[in-house]
Design a protein around this ligand. Structure first.
Ligand SMILES: Nc1ncnc2c1ncn2[C@@H]1O[C@H](COP(=O)(O)OP(=O)(O)OP(=O)(O)O)[C@@H](O)[C@H]1O
Length: 252
């Protein structure tokens, strides 16, 4: 087996409640191979976002280790992890700077975590590249490169967030219900784009969703969290054979 891209070993996360603490994640063991596209399911409050927060460093782990691309990041600062990990949130407003144009946002994303040098190419030199990138979205983003992002539709803004998150090929892509705020048609467009980019760039990706159809249709692996524990892990043919009824048992 290829070396794992992401490993969580006996990860525990707690939250303080008065004088005591309450466990939010309990002994999570998870090994994700390079190129795995894992859909993450679980009822409200099961710990899905906490899992992402533990990986990004937004929530400290009380015990256990997290390794990404061969590096132990358990205690690494969130800013360091941000160079390796890209995350797209539910709210289309979260991923982009509203007053800046689409092209400016793309330029910023392309320089993420890099030191600027005299040789860094400016906006003008990169317009054709950004145009080709935006064209992939099939929702008119390529015609809006000079528009401030606050003037975009939610779908265009989420497509832009996705391009920005993936253009520098992160070691890990975290999608946190990134289509939940979109109408069914737009959501389906963004899912198609997501799948294309993940396959094309051979990205390692975890995607939280409450849409059972999407959890079944996309990815090569599906995990379920319940009350802070990893209670199911289906891969390959086993995942492909899953039905909606199989998944509903976890929400009884
Ligand atoms: N800072 C915090 N203080 C107290 N409780 C917290 C904190 N952060 C999360 N929790 C609790 O931890 C549990 C897990 O929350 P989390 O957001 O990870 O769940 P989730 O599976 O992502 O849920 P949802 O589907 O609703 O987004 C919930 O009971 C939540 O109330």
């Amino acid at each position: 087996m290829a070396e794992a891209q992401l490993t969580l070993h006996q990860v525990n996360v707690n939250v303080a409640v008065g004088e005591t603490s309450r466990p939010l994640l309990k002994n999570i063991d998870l090994t994700v191979a390079p190129g795995d596209f894992v859909t993450v399911l679980g009822a409200n409050g099961a710990g899905k976002s906490t899992l992402f927060n533990a990986i990004t460093g937004d929530k400290p782990v009380a015990a256990g280790t997290i390794t990404l691309a061969g590096e132990d990041i358990t205690r690494a600062r969130p800013e360091h992890r941000a160079r390796l990990i890209a995350r797209v949130f539910q709210d289309p407003k979260m991923g982009t700077a509203p007053r800046m144009t689409v092209a400016e946002n793309l330029l910023l994303a392309s320089r993420r975590g890099r030191r600027l040098t005299l040789k860094s190419r400016g906006l003008k030199a990169r317009m054709a590249e950004f145009q080709a990138l935006a064209k992939q979205t099939t929702n008119g983003l390529d015609q809006a490169l000079n528009k401030p992002t606050e003037e975009l539709s939610g779908g265009q803004r989420q497509a832009l967030s996705l391009l920005m998150a993936t253009m520098e090929e992160p070691a890990l892509l975290l999608l946190d219900e990134h289509t939940a705020a979109l109408d069914p048609h737009t959501s389906s467009e963004i899912m198609t784009l997501t799948n294309t980019i993940v396959q094309q760039e051979h990205l390692t990706c975890l995607m939280i969703t409450h849409q059972l159809e999407d959890a079944l249709a996309y990815g090569n692996r599906l995990i379920v969290l319940q009350d802070g524990q990893l209670v199911a892990d289906y891969a390959g043919a086993q995942k492909a054979a899953l039905t909606r009824a199989d998944l509903l048992q976890y929400f009884a």
